[in-house]
Design a protein around this ligand. Structure first.
Ligand code: ATR
Length: 269
């Protein structure tokens, strides 16, 4: 019988996940559908019950439900437990299991570039996105991570949790040439005209500079990094790889990520 999957969120109309997963289902001849469902917060529990009753095989969760879905699930994997937020749910034959594939998705997108795990990494930001990436970098074996954040206390807390160092924004600017990977996880750059979270004046040429934002495709951070001859990585890869990890959990199939990155870049360009 045809399987079905969904993404739930509020709002949901602009999600690129249906396009991505339906393209992959087609490419691999998998008889399945993936639909966007607009779920308002007060209807989350009933919507989940309805999806279960109708035999959903798995789903993605976007804002604002990534945390509020947790109590309804049968169990959480390690990534979701560390984050206490879930972006992917799969049915394991017995129960609905929550995962958070954002951090691992980011790390996969980074490893496509010339990066090795002994690299000195600077993570800018200490919010939810930074947390997922910090844990995923650790899981992947990155040993030298430094965190900087506008609110220094949050950088210190996250650093203590994962076994990293914390520096102030000013110190990170001064020591920028030490790092060969710089990851921008703050919301700065989502709206136009915002100042960079840190000055990139001292960044070394050849540094891999990654931003998790993909609208716009080129943020002011990436624009500046390009001027400084860095290798720039935008957030499209993270989006595609977090979806690919979900797709693998649902179907056991590894989808074509490179082609999807191209398709989505064209759509957004
Ligand atoms: P998300 O889940 O997207 O990471 P978040 O948890 O609200 O969202 O975290 C937002 C991050 O962006 C934080 O690191 C925040 O810094 P503070 O901890 O000091 O708030 C950072 N951020 C947001 N606006 C910023 C700005 N204008 N300049 C520098 N950092 C900013």
């Amino acid at each position: 019988m045809k399987k079905w999957y969904a993404v739930i969120g509020d709002p949901i109309a602009h999600s690129l996940s249906p396009f991505m997963h339906e393209t992959w289902f087609d490419e691999h001849g998998i008889d399945a559908a993936y639909i966007p469902i607009h779920v308002e917060p007060e209807h989350l529990e009933k919507s989940f019950e309805a999806m279960k009753t109708l035999g959903i095989s798995g789903f993605n969760i976007t804002l604002p439900h990534k945390q509020s879905i947790v109590p309804f699930l049968g169990s959480l994997d390690e990534s979701a437990m560390q984050m206490n937020t879930v972006n992917t749910v799969h049915f394991d034959g017995k129960e609905f299991v929550g995962s958070n594939t954002d951090g691992d998705g980011f790390v996969r997108s980074l490893l496509v570039h010339p990066v090795d795990k002994t690299a000195k990494v600077l993570l800018i930001g200490a919010g939810g996105a930074a947390r997922g990436i910090a844990f995923a970098l650790k899981r992947a074996g990155f040993a030298d991570i430094t965190i900087t954040n506008r609110t220094f206390r949050r950088a210190e807390e996250l650093a203590a949790e994962i076994g990293a160092s914390a520096v102030t924004l000013l110190e990170s600017e001064e020591r920028l040439a030490e790092f060969s990977v710089v990851i921008q996880t703050t919301s700065v750059g989502l709206s136009t005209g915002e100042a960079l979270p840190i000055s990139l004046e001292r960044i070394k040429a050849g540094t891999v500079a990654a931003d998790i934002i993909y609208t716009p495709l080129v943020t002011p951070f990436l624009e500046k990094a390009k001027e400084k001859n860095c290798v720039t990585v935008n957030g499209v890869g993270m989006f595609v790889y977090q979806g690919a990890i979900a797709f693998e959990k649902w179907t056991g199939v590894q989808p074509n990520t490179e082609k999807m990155i191209q398709l989505i870049t064209e759509k957004l360009g």
